[in-house]
Design a protein around this ligand. Structure first.
Ligand code: DHB
Length: 369
């Protein structure tokens, strides 16, 4: 038989540096997909090439360029943070190589190139339901506290828009630096403002320090409820946060505790292959980037050319460990359920336990335009 053709997929992630947990989770999720489904699709062998950008956008762009030009990579994936995803956009456009964003959540990313699609989610998509929930559950006054860059600005805007639209009041909007934040002075401001709740977005990994300082500053005793996007109660680190995390209400697209046969199989395969590490939402973005690649290549009969691949991606639907998902044919963003969850103890461990579902949400930022 003829030698099987190999399709190289370049997965560029922060494997080192302050956001290494994102790289570790996304790459493990992608590998879990290959372990579960095998490494061939539509007669092609899929070869995953994982590269470390250390969370530095100039590196991401250089590596993307190098993979496409010198290594014959046909598909790119990754984008561990918004600036890293944005750095790949010009490369994807120029080379007509698809880029599947596994992690970053700023709404505008998919507008940066017609060759970008996304298997994570957008901050508007999963912040808006938190605003709905807060307004409908007796919360009147909120201070928002977000990381001061793309996803934080999106989260602040869409939580606030929804919450105010339903009668709530935003009494202060606090933005904290992305790099090495010390939350203490900001939390003092929150405490002084005496809100019913603080709404928080921080990128994956940053929630543990926040939770500690939230407790240390006495916010719970001052009667300030914590509501957030699920990035803050990231399943990768949630269990280490301990008691202060209990009762936190969040909105997100994935929880390790999500109850479905697909997720049960995923969590089992993932934890087994990764020394009992708990898969978080980043891992599912990685897993689904491969799920999307497989589904698209089946549809194109293995044609990896950018335009054919992107056509195949539009409208694609599949069942993810997170639930049913599809790619919006107009925006190339993911349509998915957003779950409201509460941090609770399950079998002696802390989990994000889902209690309500907002079905099949599109990115509201693009619906608005
Ligand atoms: C982004 C990064 C994260 O770690 C996260 O949880 C959500 C969004 C971002 O940079 O877009």
């Amino acid at each position: 038989a003829a030698a099987q053709e190999t399709v190289k997929v370049g997965l560029i992630l922060p494997m080192t540096g302050p956001f290494a947990s994102t790289g570790r989770q996304v790459s493990a999720g992608a590998k879990t997909f290959l372990e579960m489904k095998g490494d061939t699709v539509a007669g092609k062998k899929i070869e995953l090439i994982i590269r470390d950008d250390a969370g530095v956008a100039d590196q991401t762009r250089r590596i993307a360029q190098e993979l496409v030009v010198n290594e014959g990579v046909k598909l790119l994936a990754g984008g561990g943070l918004t600036p890293l995803a944005m750095a790949v956009a010009p490369v994807a456009t120029q080379a007509k190589v698809p880029m599947i964003v596994t992690s970053a959540g700023t709404a505008s990313i998919t507008k940066a190139s017609p060759f970008i699609t996304r298997t994570s989610g957008t901050l508007p998509q999963y912040s808006l339901p938190v605003g709905t929930w807060a307004a409908e559950n007796g919360i009147k006054k909120v201070v928002t506290l977000v990381s001061d860059y793309g996803p934080g600005i999106d989260a602040e805007k869409w939580f606030s828009k929804e919450f105010k639209g339903k009668g709530g009041e935003i009494i202060e909007a606090v933005r904290v630096p992305l790099a090495n934040p010390d939350f203490a002075p900001f939390l003092q401001r929150v405490r002084d403002a005496k809100p019913d709740a603080v709404f928080v977005f921080l990128p994956s990994g940053a929630g543990a320090l926040f939770m500690k300082q939230f407790a240390d500053r006495g916010l719970p005793e001052a009667g300030v409820k914590l509501i957030a996007t699920g990035d803050v109660t990231d399943d990768d680190i949630l269990n280490s946060m301990g008691k202060p995390a209990l009762g936190t209400i969040t909105g997100h697209f994935y929880a390790t505790a999500h109850d479905s046969p697909e997720n049960k199989a995923y969590v089992e395969a993932f934890t087994k292959a990764n020394d009992n590490m708990r898969p978080n939402f980043m891992s599912v973005g990685g897993y689904d980037s491969m799920a999307l690649i497989y589904a698209a290549l089946e549809k194109t009969n293995g044609d990896v050319s950018g335009p054919a691949f992107m056509e195949a991606v539009k409208g694609m639907s599949w069942t993810s460990p997170r639930g049913p998902v599809s790619i919006d044919p107009e925006t190339r963003d993911i349509i998915q359920n957003i779950y409201m969850r509460e941090v609770k103890e399950l079998d002696g461990e802390l989990h994000n336990v889902e209690f309500a579902t907002f079905k099949d949400l599109k990115d509201p930022e693009k619906a608005e335009a």
